[in-house]
Structure formats: structure tokens, C-alpha cells
Write a protein that binds this ligand. Structure first.
Ligand code: ATP
Ligand code: MG
Length: 653
């Protein structure tokens, strides 16, 4: 019936509620409406101006070399040191005493690390890397809990020009070994363990097993965090406190080429086998720094910024380490989970440090909704002035909850769309400019040419759905998939001629605002209609008993695909056959009868990646009774068994 991937069924995702920025926010905002015009007038000149936010040892000769697409070079001939831009220049400018990191450990230990202290530690760590024979271009894998040393390790690598590959601390031996092997790493930096849900979690034993399988690794540098017993291999293990602790604090940062590799990071694996994404230095840091300043309106002298992501994801790279530190921000870093030792932990931390900007994921916000609004109500959250969201589409209902119960109806919400591949935020409201709309990421940032196109690559008019693409190269774009240029071309640049496409569906509403509709692979085809997972999930979450929902299309002899919904209920709501019927009817009433789920089930958990994204492909495997696909990035393997049991019990009709 239609050839676009997302036919919009009803008006659910064409919100009429809008929230203008508070006038006092607009008055002092870092970025105004004029930025869009300036960037539209001359995109490359706009990015050159942003690049001047940084200190360059050598000015570039050319802003962009796009003579060999899709292989881009930005700021050609320019030279800089990324770590010196994040540390030395702030200390030299007299801000050495400013707190860089307010660290909050899960057991309740805390420490403040100033920019001067962070620089000192990074210099010592850089000298240690040099002593261990790490040369520019050598890869270093980092497998750590959320502790300041994780940031130190990353910055020390950047300082000596050794690309890091951070692997989420908590991945299995297999996942770690595959990544070490793919990157060909020479050194692993890890910790004995980390604290998670009130217990010390071992990390070093996982590294030991992985390294046994990876002949490229010469040494492991181990931070002592938990003090737990660890096996020790004298020929390869070194304690961080002994080596970094006694290393010289003198280190002059050398400049590297703007295109020198900064890091490899594997994608979350939501849609399949993770890809090793390569990012380089000058363009990446330019866009990370600009977007962090523009989107969070960061004022380095007064803001206390907090991104709750893990350093193992791109959000932790661009919006804990590189963007904020390039901007001289003061931030909070928290080791643990939001429910340890109690469900008010995050709000307690916001209150303790007077957090002004918070950046979190929809999965967390939906969990807070499930726990109830009385939890944040017990804390003083009045210092907050801007709230961010990233990782998945945020349902309008969750957006409203975030605004009301966390943001006190006063803070602009920035829903930021981007990917590991894009390196930095691409689509987002600007908090001092945009009238925000619950559930929409709204507008490409200045200098970014995101489009929604149809099957043939033509821009769709307002009101229509299609594929989210990027028409022009951007500074922080991935440069390739590590070691596999062909896969880079095939994966991102072959679906549409001359455009980047990474798999997300989107629509434009009547105002031209962009709505993300989930992965095109997840789109359901019901009786000839394309229905997006996001729309049905948002309809379910808009019912006041539902906290979270995941829907998939399961093959159906009559309709082609039938919609199967997995839901988590709010608080202490009890389900019943009537309740399930009501939920199905609620979707039909909101979106139209075609979107009525064939089956709604109540589950206690959903399969998620370690970064908190729902893995619908696994639910589809279950709904269609197939063997499960790649589960290596799944948070908890037993979830799938529990859901399978629920599936046979929870049949609705
Ligand atoms: P893989 O590519 O291995 O399947 P992944 O795509 O989950 O993993 P990431 O790069 O961490 O890995 O996630 C990027 C994806 O997250 C985007 O393509 C998009 O689907 C989703 N996403 C991120 N932010 C938003 C947002 N604000 N709104 C909607 N979707 C978002
Ligand atoms: Mg992806």
C-alpha cells in the first residue's frame, strides 16, 4: 500500500503541546537562532569557527577534503593534541583549581578531582604508557568501572596518540576478547573490580581469561578499586598505583595530525554484530565540544553537569570525557546503578552537588516512572536547568514525566539523536531557542544536514515518513569501520546514492520537526501497512498503567505480521485479562484499529543491551519461535528465559 517505511497512522506523534524556552534562559543562552542561518550561509566556515574553540599547534590548510567519498578528511594539515585541549589549556588559563570530576562511588565514597590534579595524573599515566613501549598508533583496550581513572586512561592514550578502545566493564570474556582481537591491542588497562548493586564485581579475572586468548596483548595495567583478591601474572600484570604513582609528572604533549585516530568504539549491538567505529581527532573534538556547549548551554564557571551514561558507550566518550573536558566543565561521575542503595540515589546526588544539567536515557526515565514520582519529590532538584535524553526515542508520556517530575516544569528538554557513528549530537532542540515538543528530536543542529527521505532518496514533505539520512559530511563522522573499509561502504553508503544511512526510520510533522520512529529493521508490516514500533510503544506507554513497552511484528498467516506487545506495568498495578484487553483497545483508539496488537503480555523485564536499549530482534525471535540471534551484548541472558515462560502463560486471545 505504501513504499515509505513509516506510514503515520494517527496524530499520536504530531504533538500539539509545545514549551517555549524560559525567557531568562534565552537571554543568556550560548547559542541563538542566528547559528542556523550562519551555518546555512556557509557550512564549512561555520565549522571552521567552531574548530577555533580548540587550541591548534598548526592551523589547517583545508577545512574538508571530500574528494574520495565516503572517506572524509577534516581540517586537513591541522595539528593538535586532544588531551592538551581537554586539560593543559584550562590549567594554563588559571582554572587548575576548578573541579573537573565530582566522583561518587557506589559504596558512598566520594572525591573531587580538579583540572590540575587530573592533568598531573594524565601526565604520569602518559609517561607510564611510554615506558611500556606504547607508540603513536598502538591500540589500548580499556575495561574499567566508572571511576576517574577510566577518564585518565582515555586521556593518557589520547595524549600519546595511542587510539583507545573502551569496552564496557561488565562484558563477558568472549565479548572482551573479540574486541581486543579485532583492535589488535597491545595493552589492556583495567581494574581489579568495580562496585555494582552493592557488591564488588570482578573485572580482572575476565581480563585474564580474555588476554590468554589474545597474543597481541603484552601487559595489563591494573587499577586497584575494590581491593578484592586477584590472580597475578608477574610477566604481564602491573599495578597502576605502583607505576603511574611513581612515574614522572613532567610530560610535554606532542601535536598529532587532525586525522590521527583517537579511538575505536564498538556499537551497542542492538541490531546485530557490533561494528568497530573509528573516530579521529580534530573534527571529532570540534563537534563534541561545540554540541556540548550548544545543546547543554554549558557555562563552565557555574554549571554542574552530569551525564549518567557509562564510559563504555559513545555517550560517555563524547559527553563525559571529550566534549565536557574540552569545555572545562565541572561534572559528576557516578559508579553505580540508580537503585543502589535506594531508588532515590540519583536525586540525592543531584541535590548533593547542585547539578544543573542532566543527561540520561529514556530507559532510565521509564524506570523512574515505574518507581513513582514520590521518589524524586523527596529531593531538592531546583538547581536543574536543562535535561537531556539519548539512546532511544523518548515516548511523549516519558518526556512529560521528565519535564514535570524532574525538571519542575521549568527546564527545557533536549532529545538528542545521534549514534556511535556520528560521534556527536546531530538532531536536537537548542534549549534557548527551540519551542520543545514532547517526543520529538525536532531539528538538525546548525551545520548538520540531516534529512528524511523516501525509497528513492527524495526529501519527504511535512507530514510524511521515511528514512533518516545525512546528506553532507560532518566533522565528527566515523572515518571507517576498523580494518574493514568495504564493510563501511556497504553498511552506511550503499542504500542511498551519496548519502549516509544507518538504519533509523523517521518522519517529519506538519511543522517540519523530526520524529525518530525506531529502526527500519523493526518496522512491522500489518495487512499492507507499515507501522513503527515507536508509535505503538508510545501509545501503550500513554496508558496510565504502563511504564514500558516493546512491540514486534511476528509472522501471521492472515495479516502478514501481527503486533505482539511486551509491557512492564507501573508501580504495583496488577494485570488481568480485562486489563490486557483494555490495553489493546487503547492502542486501537489512539492509533487506529490496524495498529491493535494481536497480543499484549505483561513481563517484569525486557531484553536490553548493556547500554539500555530494547533488543526487539530477540523478542521477534521469541515471538516467531526461532533460535536467538547474537546475544553477546545482552544485559542479562536469563531475561530471555523468563520472557519465554511468560509468553506461554500470557496469551491474551
Ligand atoms: P548497533 O548499531 O550495533 O545495532 P546501536 O545502533 O544500538 O547498535 P548506538 O550507536 O549506541 O548503537 O545507538 C545509536 C542508535 O540509538 C541510533 O541509531 C538510534 O536508533 C538510537 N537513538 C539514539 N538516540 C536517539 C534519540 N534521541 N531518539 C531516537 N533514537 C535514538
Ligand atoms: Mg546502530
Amino acid at each position: 500500500m505504501t513504499d515509505t517505511p513509516h506510514e503515520t497512522l494517527a496524530n499520536l506523534l504530531s504533538e500539539k503541546r509545545t514549551f517555549p524556552p524560559p525567557p531568562e534562559f534565552t537571554r543568556s543562552a550560548n547559542v541563538t537562532e542566528a547559528a542556523y542561518d550562519e551555518a546555512a550561509a556557509d557550512r564549512l566556515a561555520f565549522w571552521e569557527r567552531q574548530a577555533r574553540r580548540l587550541d591548534w599547534s598548526r592551523e589547517w590548510d583545508r577545512t574538508l577534503d571530500w574528494s574520495n567519498p565516503p572517506f572524509a578528511k577534516w581540517f586537513v594539515g591541522g595539528e593538535l593534541n586532544v588531551a592538551a585541549n581537554c586539560l593543559d589549556r584550562h590549567v594554563e588559563a588559571g582554572h587548575g583549581d576548578r573541579v573537573a570530576i565530582h566522583f561518587e562511588g557506589e559504596p558512598g565514597d566520594s572525591r573531587a578531582v580538579t583540572y590540575a590534579e587530573l592533568l598531573d595524573e594524565v601526565k604520569r599515566a602518559a609517561n607510564t604508557l611510554l615506558e611500556l613501549g606504547v607508540a603513536p598508533g598502538d591500540r589500548v583496550v580499556i575495561y574499567m568501572p566508572m571511576i576517574p581513572e577510566a577518564a585518565v586512561a582515555m586521556l593518557a592514550c589520547a595524549r600519546v596518540g595511542a587510539p583507545h578502545s573502551v569496552v564496557f566493564g561488565g562484558f563477558s570474556v568472549d565479548a572482551l576478547a573479540t574486541r581486543i582481537d579485532d583492535a589488535g591491542a597491545k595493552l589492556v588497562i583495567c581494574a581489579d573490580g568495580g562496585f555494582r548493586k552493592g557488591k564488588p564485581l570482578p573485572l580482572k579475572s575476565t581480563v585474564d581469561e580474555a588476554v590468554d586468548r589474545c597474543p597481541t596483548v603484552e601487559k595489563s595495567l591494573v587499577v586497584r578499586r575494590t581491593g578484592q583478591e586477584v590472580d597475578w601474572y608477574d610477566d604481564r600484570d602491573l599495578w597502576w598505583h605502583e607505576h603511574v604513582g611513581s612515574a614522572s609528572g613532567e610530560h610535554e604533549a606532542q601535536p598529532f595530525d587532525a586525522e590521527h585516530p583517537l579511538f575505536i568504539l564498538y556499537t551497542s549491538g542492538t541490531t546485530g554484530k557490533p561494528k568497530g567505529i573509528l573516530h579521529t581527532s580534530g573534527g571529532y573534538l570540534t563537534q563534541a565540544s561545540y554540541t556540548h556547549s550548544a545543546v547543554f548551554d554549558l557555562k563552565p564557571e557555574s554549571d554542574v553537569y552530569w551525564c549518567t551514561a557509562d564510559i563504555g558507550w559513545v555517550t560517555g566518550h563524547s559527553y563525559i570525557v571529550y566534549g565536557p573536558m574540552a569545555n572545562g566543565a565541572t561534572q559528576v561521575m557516578y559508579e553505580g546503578t540508580p537503585d543502589t542503595p535506594h531508588t532515590g540515589r540519583l536525586w540525592e546526588i543531584v541535590q548533593k552537588y547542585g547539578v544543573t544539567a542532566l543527561y540520561a536515557a529514556p530507559t532510565a526515565i521509564r524506570t523512574f516512572m515505574k518507581w513513582g514520582e514520590d521518589v524524586p519529590a523527596r529531593y531538592d532538584l531546583s538547581t536543574l536547568r536543562v535535561l537531556g535524553s539519548v539512546g532511544e526515542p523518548i515516548n511523549p508520556e516519558a518526556w512529560m514525566w521528565y519535564r514535570q517530575h524532574i525538571g519542575g516544569d521549568r527546564c527545557p528538554i533536549v532529545d538528542t539523536w545521534w549514534q556511535t557513528e556520528t560521534g556527536a549530537i546531530m538532531v536536537s532542540p537548542l534549549p534557548g531557542v527551540t519551542e520543545t515538543k514532547p517526543g520529538s528530536a525536532q531539528r538538525p543542529l546548525p551545520g548538520i544536514s540531516v534529512d528524511v527521505v523516501d525509497d528513492e532518496g527524495r526529501s519527504v514533505p511535512p507530514g510524511d515518513g521515511g528514512f533518516l539520512t545525512i546528506r553532507e559530511p560532518w566533522p565528527s563522522m566515523l572515518r571507517t569501520i576498523w580494518g574493514d573499509d568495504q564493510r563501511f561502504i556497504d553498511t552506511y553508503w550503499s542504500r542511498f546514492e551519496g548519502m549516509y544511512f544507518a538504519g533509523d526510520g523517521a518522519k517529519r510533522d506538519d511543522d517540519g520537526d523530526i520524529w525518530l520512529l525506531g529502526r527500519v529493521d523493526d518496522v512491522m508490516l500489518v495487512s499492507g501497512h507499515n507501522i513503527s514500533t515507536t508509535e505503538v510503544e508510545s501509545a501503550l506507554v500513554s496508558h496510565d498503567t504502563v511504564a514500558e513497552a516493546a512491540v514486534v511484528g511476528a509472522s501471521d498467516p492472515v495479516t502478514g505480521q501481527g503486533i505482539v506487545a511486551f509491557t512492564i506495568l507501573r508501580g504495583d498495578v496488577e494485570s488481568s485479562p480485562e486489563h490486557l484487553k483494555e490495553l489493546r483497545q487503547h492502542v486501537a483508539n489512539t492509533l487506529g484499529p490496524i495498529a491493535k496488537p494481536r497480543q499484549v503480555m505483561v513481563v517484569s523485564e525486557l531484553p536490553k543491551t548493556r547500554s539500555g536499549k530494547i533488543m526487539r530482534r530477540l523478542l521477534r525471535d521469541i515471538a516467531e519461535d526461532r533460535e536467538l540471534g547474537d546475544v553477546s551484548t545482552l544485559q542479562d541472558n536469563s531475561v530471555m528465559d523468563r520472557i519465554k515462560q511468560g509468553l506461554s502463560l500470557g496469551q491474551d486471545d
